[in-house]
Design a protein around this ligand. Structure first.
Ligand SMILES: Cc1ncc(COP(=O)(O)O)c(C=O)c1O
Length: 401
């Protein structure tokens, strides 16, 4: 029997409802152990961080344990983990800080594969600094973001390459290691959006060559906030706006105000939950990697079943077609709007969403415009029965005309 699907559903009270969650890329449901950890931390003695008292130690431990867990999840250095309100907020903050040294004549490279989180902050920073913006193109026929194009885009005046590790709309996983190698050959920094990717594959920020990597625990069973990994040495070179008395140390320098200790404890519990899904033993890092590989394999089986079914339904176009991609699928149906399909699926108990999901550049590159498509996103608690039911519901929704 699989470790996933029916086997994990008792861990997630939310999936016991009589509708089917198909929007994991918008955020996963939360296991009881994670919610329980948030609650128990909330009612434990907590004060500002210190080692001198129990309440102070509880707060400090929540921070240090979160950084250690996040570092294990991402293959990063705990001293380079920055907590923030969301990946969006972190990217805005870092864009303002990183761009302080940009000057006219410099350029940055953005990608059409990205969520606006890794686009708009850089566009605004580029305009302020007067630097050129270059674009890596998504191939509309394959939904690939070919790495080779970066050879032509990156030059000695490139300061930053911002690119996603996986598209939240069509699942495409660009070759980040290859893109980073091109960027680093010209001393440009890479800012990698790992928000979608981190829920679907083991991350090793060093192997990827990601100078900055953002993720959001609510995409992998945790609470709603964002986190960033970078080397402490790189963080030392950056000077964000901050309060005068707040710590100059790294990573605290980047964390504005008091941290949400109970949420950090919840994220640690979510990462431990992932590690607990490993089919083998080992260190927490080893168990996380094994669990992510197993989860990915399980989700890809379900994805393939959906794809085979979609091919049988007349009028359906699927835009998820890159070689390396997550289990996330985007479709449109000829003659029926995505919102209508969403509503008809919802009537039948299937919660898939329609829209652009903030991946406006992807939508434009694929010729979908503002209305985007209907997205099916999977998590380990989805089952083969749910997938089979979705295909029947979709066929009915399409047959309504
Ligand atoms: C690929 C991707 N990047 C960034 C974000 C934004 O993340 P956050 O909600 O933490 O700002 C999302 C959210 O859906 C996403 O899917």
């Amino acid at each position: 029997m699989s470790t996933f699907g029916a086997a994990v559903r008792p861990d997630f009270p939310a999936v016991a409802n009589d509708f089917v969650f198909l929007d994991a890329p918008g955020g996963t449901q939360m296991p009881t152990v994670v919610a329980a950890k948030i609650a128990s931390t909330g009612v434990s003695p907590i004060s500002n961080r210190s080692r001198g008292s129990l309440p102070g130690r509880n707060a400090d431990d929540a921070v240090l344990e979160f950084r250690a867990a996040a570092a294990d999840l991402l293959g990063a250095d705990p001293a380079g983990i920055v907590q923030g309100r969301s990946a969006t907020q972190l990217t805005f903050d870092f864009s303002r800080t990183i761009s302080k040294t940009w000057a006219a004549g410099d350029n940055i490279v953005l990608s059409q594969a990205d969520h606006d989180c890794n686009v708009a902050p850089w566009l605004i920073a580029a305009e302020r600094a007067g630097v050129e913006v270059r674009w890596a193109k998504l191939d509309a026929a394959t939904s690939e973001l070919p790495a080779a194009q970066y050879e032509d885009l990156v030059d000695a005046r490139t300061r930053l390459v911002a690119v996603t590790a996986a598209s939240n709309l069509v699942g495409t996983q660009p070759d980040i290691a290859a893109i980073s190698a091109i960027a680093h050959a010209q001393n440009a920094l890479t800012y990698v959006d790992g928000v979608h990717y981190t829920a679907h594959a083991p991350v090793d920020v060093r192997d990827m060559g990601a100078d900055f990597f953002v993720a959001s625990p609510y995409k992998f069973f945790g609470p709603h906030f964002g986190m960033l990994a970078a080397s402490p040495e790189l963080l030392e070179t950056l000077h964000p706006d901050k309060l005068r008395p707040s710590p100059e140390t790294v990573p605290e320098r980047f964390e504005l105000g008091t941290l949400p200790y109970e949420m950090l404890a919840g994220a640690t519990a979510a990462i431990d939950y992932v590690a607990g899904l490993s089919p083998a033993g080992g260190t927490r890092r080893e168990r996380i990697v094994a669990a992510m590989l197993a989860m990915d394999e399980y989700e890809l089986e379900l994805r393939d079943a959906i794809e085979r079914g979609l091919a049988e339904i007349p009028g359906v176009t699927c835009y998820s077609r890159a070689q390396r991609r997550t289990s996330t699928l985007l479709i449109t149906v000829a003659g029926i709007t995505p919102l209508t399909i969403e509503a008809r699926l919802r009537e039948r108990g299937f919660l898939a969403q329609a829209g652009h999901f903030y991946a406006v550049e992807v939508c434009n590159a694929l010729g979908l415009g503002e209305q985007g498509g209907v997205r099916f996103g999977l998590a380990p608690y989805n089952t083969r029965e749910e997938v089979d039911g979705l295909l029947i519901a979709l066929a009915e929704a399409v047959a309504e005309g």
